[in-house]
Each structure stands twice: as structure tokens, then as C-alpha cells.
Design a protein around this ligand. Structure first.
Ligand code: ADE
Length: 246
């Protein structure tokens, strides 16, 4: 997959995009990441990328010409229907499902805004989707773009060790994962649950599902409203609810 990122601060991506899993994905040719400085497409000698807002008010607005030209330049040669994603706190909230969906494209374009925002005509003319990482405002779209790229790259086949590992993640089927343990078997008086040591894969699978449901009930009960649960899972859930009510 090829990803083009349009930003006024390409250096911000240096650390996160050159370490660990992201670097491995790039090294293996699974992720072809191109960072572009939007100032490249400015035309005046001061390389001006922003201007004051019409109608007054504080802050500066990113000018439409360089931003639009940068999008058009990176889209050259991209397949029709390539998503052009605007990072904005006004967008749909990013999720596991959106990460998975984006990982299916051959190419993606991420546009990172700064200052008070980007001239809205760029959004009207060239943006296909507006995405947010949560209901809070950051100083720019660079961190959101990095968060989304990290989350979606995990869904590209071959990036994670075990094929399909991302499908076992928390949120993959609407509920959280249960707890994980490694050696030693006892740590400061706490033992690894016996079922995980016994090696009965059927029992381990059931236990993990049960503990995932328990965590979801405790930490994110809102998720349970939407999760598709089997009859057995609904029964397990009812037992936790009883335990807590008692
Ligand atoms: N830019 C500023 N805040 C943001 C957010 N929460 N999500 C995406 N882009 C942003």
C-alpha cells in the first residue's frame, strides 16, 4: 500500500514512522510512505501557507491554493476513488472497523491541518472523508494521521507475525480482549490462571471470551449495546451483572 501524507511538519513523522512495526512494514515493501511538505506548493517568495480569516476572529487559516495543488499532485497516477482523508476533530470518529476498511485500499492520502483549519473550499472540492481520533482538539492533524496509519498498517497482510492476528485484537468483534500472562507462573503472590496452564484449547478459548466480556462489562459497557453476542455469551454476561449487584 502507498500512503501520501500532506503536512507542514513532515519531520514530526520521523520517530514513529521509523521504529518497530512501521519500519518493518516499510522495510518489507508492504508500506510505501511518502511525506510531503505542503510549502513545496506555495508560489510566493515567503512560502506563505496561511492567511487571516474572512469575517474576523482569531487564528490563521491554511490557504486553499497550496493545499489543493498538493492533493492534486499526489493523486496523479492514483486509482480513481483513492480516499483523500482530512484529519479534523469534526470528522467521524476513527475505529477498528475504519482501520480495517482503509487497509484494503491500494493508496491513501492523509491531509493534516494546522492553525485554525483549512479553507473550507478544499474540503468541498477534494476531500472524500473527514476523520477524527476523538472528541478533543489537538494542535494539528499530524498525530491523528500517525495514529491512523499505525492502526491500519496492522491490517495489511504480512505486517503482523501471525496472519490474521489483528482479528483477535480488542475491538475486532466489538468486545475487548481478556488478560494476558507470561512466565513466571507466580509473581508477587499472583498466579497465572490454571486454565491457561492446562493446555485444553477449547477451555482456553471459552475462558478468554468470558474474561473479555468481563473487561468489557467493567470498562466499556457502552460496547455491549452494539456487540453481537451468542446465547452463551449473554448468559455469561448475566452472571457478571449478578456478581456485581450482589
Ligand atoms: N486535528 C485536531 N484535533 C483532531 C482530532 N481530534 N482528530 C483529528 N484531527 C484533529
Amino acid at each position: 500500500m502507498r500512503i501520501d501524507v500532506l503536512t507542514l511538519f513532515p519531520q514530526m513523522f520521523d520517530g514513529p514512522m521509523t521504529e518497530s512495526m512501521l519500519w518493518k512494514a516499510r522495510d518489507r515493501g508492504l508500506l510505501d510512505l511518502h511525506l510531503h511538505d505542503i510549502r513545496q506548493w506555495t508560489t510566493d517568495k515567503h512560502r506563505t501557507a496561511d492567511d487571516i480569516p474572512y469575517g474576523g476572529g482569531g487564528g490563521m487559516i491554511m490557504k486553499p491554493e497550496p493545499v489543493a495543488s498538493s492533493i492534486e499532485a499526489v493523486l496523479e497516477g492514483a486509482p480513481p476513488g483513492t480516499p483523500v482523508l482530512l484529519m479534523t476533530p469534526q470528522g467521524r470518529v476513527f475505529s477498528h472497523q475504519i482501520a480495517k476498511e482503509l487497509a484494503g485500499y491500494e493508496r491513501l492520502v492523509f491531509l493534516c491541518g494546522r492553525y485554525e483549519g483549512i479553507d473550507d473550499r478544499v474540503r468541498q472540492l477534494l476531500i472524500t472523508d473527514e476523520l477524527s481520533i476523538g472528541d478533543y482538539v489537538l494542535t494539528g492533524g499530524e498525530l491523528p494521521a500517525m495514529v491512523m496509519i499505525d492502526a491500519l498498517v496492522r491490517h495489511i497482510p504480512g505486517v503482523l507475525g501471525a496472519e490474521g492476528a489483528a482479528d483477535a485484537d480488542s475491538h475486532a468483534d466489538g468486545i475487548l480482549e481478556g488478560p494476558h500472562f507470561t512466565r513466571p507462573v507466580e509473581f508477587r503472590g499472583l498466579r497465572v490462571p490454571q486454565v491457561l496452564q492446562d493446555g485444553d484449547h477449547g477451555k482456553i478459548k471459552r475462558w478468554r471470551r468470558q474474561e473479555g466480556l468481563r473487561r468489557t462489562w467493567q470498562n466499556r459497557p457502552d460496547l455491549l449495546m452494539k456487540a453481537p453476542l451468542t446465547e452463551e455469551e449473554q448468559y455469561l454476561l448475566a452472571t457478571f451483572v449478578d456478581e456485581i449487584d450482589r
